[in-house]
Design a binder for this molecule. Structure first.
Ligand SMILES: [Cu+2]
Length: 120
C-alpha cells in the first residue's frame, strides 16, 4: 500500500514537469513563427504593423495611415511599388501578382521598414 502511494506521487510530479516543459517550449517557440497572414498593414507610431506579412499571389495588401503625419510605402527595389505620400487617415493598396519577398520602407522616416512575403 505504501509503495503504491509513492508511485502515485512520482507520477503526479512527472506529469507536472512534463506539462511545465510543454508550456516553456511553446512560449520560446513564439519567435520562430512565420509572419502572420492577412492583407492589412497599419502605419502607427512611425512603424508598420505587422512589420512582416505573408500573402498569396493575387492578394491586395492595404496600408492604413493611423499616424498624424504622412508616410509612404516604397519598395526597396525602387520599381515594384511606390505609394507616394499617404496623408494621415488615408490608405494605399497594392495587388501582388508575383511571388517573392518585397522589402519596403517609408521615404520620410528611415526607421520605418516592412516586408511582404508573397507565396505562390
Ligand atoms: Cu513615415
Amino acid at each position: 500500500m505504501k509503495k503504491c502511494f509513492y508511485i502515485a506521487i512520482l507520477l503526479i510530479s512527472v506529469s507536472a514537469v512534463v506539462s511545465c516543459s510543454k508550456k516553456n517550449s511553446y512560449s520560446s517557440g513564439g519567435g520562430n513563427n512565420p509572419p502572420p497572414s492577412g492583407n492589412a498593414v497599419a502605419m502607427s507610431g512611425m512603424a508598420f504593423g505587422p512589420a512582416s506579412i505573408s500573402v498569396t499571389v493575387g492578394t491586395t495588401v492595404t496600408w492604413t495611415n493611423n499616424d498624424a503625419m504622412s508616410h509612404t510605402v516604397t519598395s526597396n527595389d525602387g520599381t515594384s511599388f511606390n505609394s507616394g505620400t499617404i496623408a494621415s487617415g488615408s490608405t494605399f493598396s497594392f495587388k501582388f501578382m508575383t511571388a517573392g519577398t518585397y522589402a519596403y520602407h517609408c521615404t520620410f522616416h528611415a526607421g520605418m521598414t516592412g516586408t511582404v512575403v508573397v507565396t505562390p
